[in-house]
Ligand binder design. Structure first.
Ligand SMILES: *[C@@H]1O[C@H](CO)[C@@H](O)[C@H](O)[C@H]1NC(C)=O
Ligand SMILES: *[C@@H]1O[C@H](CO)[C@@H](O)[C@H](O)[C@H]1NC(C)=O
Ligand SMILES: *[C@@H]1O[C@H](CO)[C@@H](O)[C@H](O)[C@H]1NC(C)=O
Length: 323
């Protein structure tokens, strides 16, 4: 990469990151250029970029069963990251996993914040799974699963990850659906490294749908996921040798307003189908952030667990291959 195009990229990122963002506004900002921000990760032949360089389709089919994906050129110390996503609309998409996530697995110790969309058999719906890991805590999954109030394969919807000091928030169309506050006892299980952003589609046959009971059937393919726009309001790592964050003007929501919080609770009561905080078979002692220190992240009543015999399995460490 030449110096000039690198500088251009940094200028672009700075242009974006100085935008002031207030918690009460919607998550709208101008969509950014795909190629300035991302590079292709795998399955190049299955990635289709739009002419205006603002959207991309990634797919998986019987000739390219590994799927495809992209990754951001920069890692971000913190930020609010949005992708507008339309999931494959095949009648049968069991086994298919489409993702938007933030990750850094340096030293083989994963830090991750995940949106994972899990495909379905006919008559069922896409399931949204969220999860976080810190410093390689991949054996302490913090999965929560949701159905959605809309069909995510019919239209584009906005999925956002807020990473701020001591706080991760997941948003769907601007509505917070999950907040993870760093409590002391979580220790390094809370992500701490700067994170790269990823979008991938891949074959999760062995776990994604009803715990692997329904596999990917490529005769129903191709499976195409659209990522129509990206909004990155974050602090990129400018100098990787600097462990602390650079002087970055980005302004992020500092918390969830009372109104947003009550909407979040309504959403969670209605659409959450699984939370690790209530899975006493898996965690006889709930993980520390599930306790009273962060009462707001729990719904008022235990959620309806639709598939109690099937604890969610995560695809951590298997969600892509470098080629
Ligand atoms: C997603 O965000 C864009 C711009 O930020 C907005 O125009 C659009 O209406 C949003 N979509 C939904 C479904 O909320
Ligand atoms: C999906 O199923 C519906 C109803 O069974 C059918 O009408 C439609 O053609 C199917 N679509 C595809 C892409 O197979
Ligand atoms: C992460 O885990 C490693 C290995 O257990 C440990 O040495 C390190 O101190 C931990 N914390 C961070 C922030 O890397």
């Amino acid at each position: 990469m030449s110096f000039s195009s690198k500088s251009l990229r940094l200028v672009l990122l700075f242009t974006i990151t100085i935008t002031i963002f207030k918690p009460s506004t919607s998550l709208n900002l101008n969509f950014i250029s795909f190629t300035e921000t991302f590079s292709l990760l795998f399955g190049y032949q299955n990635i289709l970029l739009s002419n205006d360089d603002k959207s991309v389709q990634i797919s998986m089919n019987q000739w390219a069963r590994d799927g495809s994906g992209f990754v951001s050129r920069s890692a971000y110390h913190h930020g609010l990251f949005t992708a507008s996503i339309k999931l494959p609309n095949n009648n049968y998409s069991a086994g298919v996993v489409a993702t938007f996530y933030a990750r850094n697995n340096a030293f083989n110790r994963d830090d991750e914040i995940d949106f994972e969309f899990l495909g379905h058999i006919p008559g069922e719906e896409w399931v949204l799974q969220t999860n976080i890991y810190g410093n390689g805590s991949v054996h302490r999954g913090r999965e929560e699963k949701f159905t959605l109030p809309f069909d995510p394969s019919k239209d584009f919807h906005n999925y956002s990850i807020l990473l701020n000091t001591g706080r991760v928030v997941f948003y769907v169309d601007g509505l917070p659906i999950r907040e993870v506050r760093k409590v002391e006892a979580m220790g390094d299980d809370f992500p701490s490294k700067p994170l790269f952003l990823y979008g991938t589609i891949w074959d999760g046959s062995d776990w994604a749908t009803h715990n692997g009971r329904y596999k990917t059937d490529f005769s129903h393919g191709p499976f195409v996921a659209g990522y129509a726009g990206f909004v990155i309001n974050g602090c990129p790592v400018i100098d990787p040798t600097q462990p602390t964050q650079p002087d970055c003007q980005v302004s992020l929501p500092d918390g969830i307003s009372a109104v947003e919080r009550s909407k979040m609770q309504v959403f969670r009561r209605k659409y959450m189908t699984y939370s690790y905080c209530y899975d006493t078979g898996r965690y006889p002692n709930p993980l520390p952030e599930c306790e009273a220190e962060a009462p707001d992240m729990q719904p008022a009543e235990p959620p309806v667990v639709l598939s109690p015999v099937e604890p969610p399995v995560s695809g951590a460490s298997r969600r892509f291959r470098y080629i």
